[in-house]
Design a protein around this ligand. Structure first.
Ligand code: SF4
Length: 197
């Protein structure tokens, strides 16, 4: 796995060898960046361990920080609505974030914080091994160093994965009209996962 990037990151083998449980333990103990200072809980993942589709969000919010569960608040309900629309069952998808600790005041994680947490993200992807990775917004895209993906347009990687960037569910909270556009992006790509189910 090597993603398009000015400064290419490679598989963090030492994390991959730990397995998902080992990575979880390491994240729980992690103090690699300042975000750990305000985190109530590390937010690691939810969903199946062999997902066909992996959703990558930005960073934990208030509800996620309190519970340790990704996308469990109002934006999470919108994501769940979309997952239902996609026809994915519980073990067919998983959800993770670019950084595992909540940034103060819901600010976006910095580029440096994203890169510091990136080995966890890449190791999770290596182990979860999804065929399709759906990036929820521009911050998630930055974690993979793509120069600029078009909304809803899939790109493939040399190892046969597909990346698709769609809107972050929080963007739809006050702009529900974007849900129609979001569903259009899903419609044009749905063959990717439907032929796998
Ligand atoms: S955001 Fe990631 S790198 Fe930073 S402290 Fe939390 S787990 Fe560690």
């Amino acid at each position: 796995m090597r993603y398009e990037c000015n400064n290419p990151s490679i598989i963090p083998h030492e994390l991959v060898e730990m397995g998902l449980d080992g990575i979880t333990t390491t994240i729980l103990e992690c103090k690699r960046c300042q975000l750990h200072e305000n985190a109530t809980n590390k937010v690691i993942m939810r969903g199946g361990k062999h997902p066909k589709v992996l959703f990558v969000g930005e960073a934990p919010g208030k509800n996620e920080d309190e519970t340790g569960i990704p996308f469990c608040g109002r934006a999470g309900k919108i994501l769940d609505e979309l997952i239902d629309y996609m026809g994915l069952k519980e073990n067919e998808y998983a959800i993770i974030n670019t950084v595992k600790c909540r940034p103060p005041n819901n600010r976006k994680p910095t580029h440096k914080e994203i890169l510091t947490c990136q080995p966890f993200l890449y190791a999770q992807i290596e182990l979860l091994n999804p065929k399709i990775i759906i990036l929820l917004g521009n911050t998630a895209e930055k974690a993979f160093c793509f120069s600029s993906l078009n909304w809803g347009k899939k790109v493939s990687t040399p190892d046969g994965k597909y990346f698709i960037k769609i809107y972050h569910p929080a963007a739809l909270l006050y702009r529900r009209y974007l849900m129609e556009k979001q569903k259009e992006m899903i419609e044009i790509n749905k063959d990717l996962w439907q032929k796998m189910i």
